[in-house]
Design a protein around this ligand. Structure first.
Ligand code: FES
Ligand code: FES
Length: 159
């Protein structure tokens, strides 16, 4: 085992882990950040998506040893049940979750899009979100929620 110092949601955490332990396991098991979900474990569904240095990463495929000093952000950084963040509120308003299993990954994927492209076209939203799967089939509501969040950003006049 090795001690890794990870920057997660603005805090530094020291964790003792084997080098090849997936970041997803560290987040869930060591840091008790259970938002990111284990779906396929194969980099194919996106339920484990977090931001690594501001870019979406499937955390089931990222060994803890390669994270280094790059900041990690999980869905817990966006808000909580009493004070949802802007994107979370948009998902609530569009009732974009059924079972909710994919939603943390969807939210982080959408966060990456809106931070880079605050006024995306519908085609850009579709293309960007296409790596994340929803087994409940709420894709249309999810797309509407991302559109709603982009409209909210546009109304504020700034990202
Ligand atoms: S659990 Fe990571 S991509 Fe499916
Ligand atoms: S809401 Fe159930 S998997 Fe997407």
């Amino acid at each position: 085992m090795t001690t890794y110092r990870l920057q997660v949601n603005g805090k530094v955490h020291a964790v003792d882990q084997d080098a090849d332990t997936p970041l997803l396991y560290v987040l869930r098991n060591d840091l008790e950040l259970n938002g990111a979900k284990f779906g396929c474990g194969l980099g194919q569904c996106g339920s484990c998506t977090v931001l690594l240095d501001g870019k979406p990463a499937m955390s089931c495929m990222v060994p803890v040893s390669v994270v280094g000093q790059r900041p990690v952000r999980t869905v817990e950084s966006l808000g909580n049940a009493t004070t949802p963040g802007m994107l979370q509120q948009a998902f609530i308003d569009e009732q974009a979750a059924q079972c909710g299993y994919c939603i943390a990954g969807m939210l982080m994927q959408a966060t990456a899009l809106l931070e880079k492209t605050p006024a995306p076209t519908d085609a850009q939203i579709r293309a960007h979100m296409s790596s994340n799967l929803c087994r409940c089939g709420t894709h249309m509501r999810i797309l509407r929620a991302v559109r709603r969040a982009a409209n909210t950003l546009a109304a504020k006049g700034k990202p």
